[in-house]
Design a protein around this ligand. Structure first.
Ligand code: NAD
Length: 361
């Protein structure tokens, strides 16, 4: 075996239908009694539900901040910190996707209050010590073990309202975490196990969610897969795919999960010639691969009617060169060296919605 290191990111995880009712107990376990709930505007109607759940455990809601925003703008974080102070809250509870969780991380790392989270998308942010923030249009990312939420409650019941189209892009975002973890320079056998099981769970459950949106078992399996994939993201360094999506999302304001979904087949195709053994392993995880991971991923995306073109997200064609320049200036470990013309072609195809180029080394 190759030597390896494995660092455990220690969060407490509670998984299961109805587990949201354990929130009052979990708040007392982190020695707190006055939570501030963080939500995105679309989820603001949830606040009454949480008031009731907390009251059932004799915890009084200190306040609700319903303005979490994608890419964690710092001016929103400052408002949330002010609300924390104004309401004398002693912890934050983020409920929602990566936007709410990002805000929870940003408030917690600034103030030191514990962060409990209830993820309702498959972004995986809850499992990472990473925080991406935007200030005056520039996105920066930092990693600190204190950014990791203290407690994560995965309750499928709160994900039942997530529209299938959002499940699709969020689920493929999670698959991307696992794929890049498989070939990360600091991967290890434990992470590989989690990555494979995570991809399998999502590749099986996402089509079931699309065909039967009310299927609780399918949504629960997707949530489980998302947990595993998020753990992969939090434990390894990401490569071409995540760096490209970071560039595209941060520089051109493209939607996060949609961008990941569109870029993934292109990034995997680019790296495929450098990782033949992993491609064979990945092929076993997709139901319709016929021994070819790229075909398996493509079939899955077609079955899910996933978005395919960055131009449909609002990216302008003239930004292809700009994106290539940014992608080429940020150097990082990747299984295959970054070749300018191939990277430009990758971005161009992802922009237009054409099939990925089958790459040879
Ligand atoms: P999101 O949190 O913005 O959620 C997408 C939409 O789904 C929102 O409008 C939200 O209100 C809605 N939604 C969430 N749960 C719902 C539910 N149960 N029912 C109905 N609607 C629901 O999007 P996301 O893709 O989860 O997260 C993206 C953000 O997370 C980005 O800012 C990205 O940078 C960040 N992120 C960070 C990490 C990390 O490790 N730091 C990892 C992944 C994503």
């Amino acid at each position: 075996m190759e030597p390896f290191e494995y660092n455990v990111n220690a969060s407490r995880v509670i998984f299961g239908s109805g587990s949201v009712n354990q929130l009052p107990l979990e708040i007392t376990k982190v020695n707190c009694s006055a939570p501030l709930i963080l939500l995105t505007p679309r989820q603001s109607t949830q606040s009454d539900k949480f008031k009731t759940i907390l009251a059932s455990g004799s915890i009084q809601l200190a306040g609700v901040f319903p303005n979490a925003t994608m890419h964690t703008p710092t001016h929103i974080t400052e408002q949330a910190v002010q609300t924390l102070k104004d309401t004398s809250a002693d912890c934050v509870v983020s409920v929602g996707g990566g936007s709410a969780i990002g805000l929870g991380k940003a408030v917690s790392i600034r103030t030191g209050v514990p962060h409990l989270t209830i993820p309702t998308t498959y972004s995986g942010s809850e499992m990472t010590p990473i925080l991406g923030e935007t200030h005056e249009g520039t996105k920066t990312t930092r990693s600190d073990k204190n950014i990791l939420p203290a407690t994560v409650i995965y309750d499928v019941d709160l994900t039942m309202t997530l529209p299938p189209s959002t499940c699709v892009v969020s689920g493929v975002n999670a698959i991307a975490h696992a794929m890049e973890a498989l070939y990360a320079k600091n991967t290890n056998p434990i992470i590989s196990l989690l990555a494979c099981d995570g991809v399998k769970a999502l590749a099986e459950s996402l089509p079931r969610i699309v065909s039967e949106p009310s299927s609780r078992p399918a949504r629960e399996r997707a949530l489980y897969g998302a947990w595993l994939c998020g753990t992969c993201l939090g434990s390894t360094s990401m490569a071409l795919h995540h760096k490209l999506c970071h560039t595209l999302g941060g520089s051109f304001g493209l939607k996060h999960a949609e961008t990941h979904t569109i870029v993934l087949p292109h990034a995997l195709s680019y790296n495929a010639p450098a990782i033949p053994e992993l491609m064979a392993k990945l092929a076993t995880l997709f139901p319709d691969s016929q021994g070819d991971a790229l075909k398996g991923l493509d079939s899955l995306l077609s079955e899910l009617n996933a978005p395919r073109a960055l131009k449909d997200l609002g990216m302008e064609e003239e930004n292809i060169d700009n994106a290539t320049n940014i992608a080429m200036t940020n150097r990082y470990a990747n299984p295959r060296d970054l070749e300018r013309e191939s990277i430009r072609e990758l971005i161009r195809r992802a922009w237009s919605g054409e099939a990925p180029r089958v790459e040879g080394l």
